[in-house]
Design a protein around this ligand. Structure first.
Ligand code: OXD
Ligand code: MN
Length: 601
């Protein structure tokens, strides 16, 4: 099954809802002149349109219908095997100068890149339908909300965007007919899905994105990584807010006291699991609710940070998702879900490594080949995904549509580290917290092409997503801190530390509630901690460990720090800052010196 499919002919009343805004109409005509599609399909986001596009996708083998009884109204898509993850090496920030893109981004001069892409797009949609998708990012009535239009020649993109964004009339209405209104221009074409002609390019000064040669979500759902993070972070700096790679969750105590927390973990490090956490039995009466699982847009309101989730759905990693790891995600993806690159069982159900129960005796793997438990290959690709509307989530936060957002009490940074980083610690103050974010590191995962399991610095989990100079991004964080009269407390967590036997020391998943509870206690000024060189550390008796089946010595090990490991860590921070070539703000260099000095005391 491939994404590329010939043009479709919609009946009257479908695909003909043109917006009135002349700037949009002119831009669409320009792109059509260049790409030469057989026809233009104007999306309105309606149920009727969706049903028509699904029917066409089934006929053209873009989708497979799953067993209606087992996974109602759900479908499987198989991507080209050469196209299964984000491609950071082919992702560009195109600004007039290289300095604006900074040391962590691939850079190209905009005119040069436009020319290269236009050459590739010339006639690229011949014989295909060109879809125009209007969408908004953010709740319908939020001041932060942005309008985007994505042009694409992929029905899979249209169907996914309908899940992941608020799509159609709501965007056309929000934009109105002012030809000078701000909106994002996104152009996507599959071309021939050739990895040598795959580029994901951002033009922040033009509020424009062009993505070619891929059909993988992270490269082509332009609302998400491209607009909400790369262009979003650029706009956020200009306009005085933050666009971050963070989940947002609500946590309510037995007494009904509620806090909201935002957490930045790199791709495929458990943001969705944490955002949907079910507290262990001992915490009966506590509730965790999800505002978002991947992206937070935060503005300053009444001296605090206030966050909205710009998305409308979850695009999550499937393997490892089970009733043990994330029951709420399992309930969310049992219906109305678009799966990509998972295995198909003989009875039309989906399967993946780590799903509850025994593996099927036979299945069709993500490439479309026969698979049995004896096969050497994985049945589902390690980066196989679900796209599911957030409305499916049984623990969706009631304030998810609130335009002003939810007030953030704590920010958490965290990576996947088998050593060095303790389970949790708290920064001394805002700038120290920014330093924790800036020096974050994590083992790489299958969410991006390249080697898996290598420790790399990933500041604020934004390394692949910051749309401008990372030094200016750090400075922007420091400046935001100065404007907050009631800043969130900042923490660092690591669920993935291993003992000498190379086994995980901490059970993770629902038991992360114990860590979250300590964080909330600190926000409430009731939690105990000891001062250490790296920040405030809980002692074992500060964390509620009741009914936890973990040896005390493991707890002591995971909560503690090893000075030898930290010597290496400090050198790692220095190397990282040096690799950035002089862009790191003075305040953060000072934080490093202070950290080193505290170890010497
Ligand atoms: C994602 C990612 O898909 O970070 O969210 O890669
Ligand atoms: Mn992500």
């Amino acid at each position: 099954m491939r994404n590329i499919a010939p043009a479709i002919s919609p009946p009257a009343g479908i695909g003909d809802r043109k917006p009135a805004n002349q700037a949009v109409l002119d831009w669409v005509q320009d792109v059509a002149k260049l790409t030469q599609p057989a026809n233009i399909f104007w999306c309105d986001g309606s149920d009727r349109e969706n049903a028509f596009l699904i029917e066409q996708s089934l006929q053209q083998n873009v989708l497979i219908k799953l067993n209606e009884k087992k996974v109602p109204r759900s479908y499987l898509h198989r991507s080209n095997p050469n196209d299964v993850a984000r491609v950071e090496q082919f992702t560009f920030i195109c600004t007039p100068t290289k300095e604006e893109a900074g040391p962590t981004n691939n850079w190209s001069e905009p005119a040069e890149m436009y020319l290269k892409l236009q050459t590739m797009l010339k006639g690229a949609m011949r014989g295909r339908t060109m879809f125009v998708i209007p969408y908004i990012m953010g709740p319908a009535d939020s001041l932060l909300t942005k309008v985007g239009f994505e042009i694409t020649d992929s029905k899979y993109v249209v169907l996914s965007m309908r899940i992941m964004t608020r799509m159609g009339d709501v965007a056309i209405k929000r934009l109105g007919d002012d030809a000078n209104a701000e909106w994002n221009r996104g152009v996507h074409s599959l071309l021939d899905v050739d990895p040598t002609r795959r580029f994901i390019c951002h033009f922040p000064q033009d509020n424009a994105i062009i993505s070619v040669g891929s059909g993988y979500g992270g490269n082509v759902l332009l609302s998400k990584k491209c607009l909400a993070l790369r262009i979003g972070s650029y706009l956020a700096r200009k306009q005085g807010w933050l666009a971050e790679h963070m989940l947002i969750l609500g946590v309510e105590s037995r007494e009904g006291k509620k806090h909201y927390v935002a957490a930045a973990f790199p791709s495929a490090c458990g943001k969705t699991n944490f955002a949907m956490l079910i507290p262990p039995k001992h915490f009966a009466g506590w509730k965790v609710t999800t505002v978002g699982d991947d992206i937070a847009w935060m503005q300053i309101r009444d001296g605090r940070l206030s966050a909205v989730n710009p998305e409308n759905g979850y695009f999550g990693v499937v393997p490892g998702t089970s009733y043990k790891s994330n029951p709420n995600a399992m309930k969310s993806i049992e219906h109305d879900t678009l799966y990509t690159n998972v295995a198909l069982t003989d009875d039309g159900d989906v399967w993946w490594e780590g799903k509850d129960g025994a593996p099927p005796a036979h299945a069709i793997d993500w490439r479309g080949n026969d698979w049995t438990p004896d096969s050497k290959e994985k049945a589902a690709h390690p980066n196989s995904r679900f796209a599911t509307p957030m409305g499916n989530n049984p623990v969706l936060d009631p304030d998810v549509e609130k335009g002003e957002g939810v007030p953030i009490s704590a920010i958490i940074f965290g990576g996947r580290r088998s050593d060095t980083m303790p389970l949790v610690f708290q920064a001394f103050d805002w700038n120290h917290g920014v330093y924790l974010g800036a020096t974050m590191a994590s083992e790489t995962t299958a969410a991006a092409t390249g080697a898996v399991g290598q420790v790399r610095r990933d500041p604020m989990a934004m390394l692949p997503f910051c749309g401008y100079n990372i030094g200016d991004y750090f400075r922007h964080w420091i400046e935001i801190g100065k404007r907050l009269t009631n800043p969130p407390l900042i923490f660092n967590v690591n669920w993935f530390r291993k003992g000498k036997d190379r086994k995980f020391l901490w059970p993770g998943f629902g038991d992360n509630m114990r860590v979250l509870k300590w964080i909330i206690d600190r926000c409430e000024k009731s939690g105990g901690a000891v001062e250490s060189p790296i920040g405030w550390l809980p002692s074992p008796h500060d964390v509620d460990l009741a009914d936890l089946d973990v040896e005390h010595k493991c707890i002591v090990e995971i909560l503690g720090i090893d000075h030898e490991e930290w010597k290496k860590e400090l050198a790692g921070h220095q190397n990282f800052f040096e690799s950035l070539g002089g862009v790191v703000p003075e305040e953060l260099l000072k934080q490093r010196e202070q950290l080193a000095a505290r170890f010497k005391q």
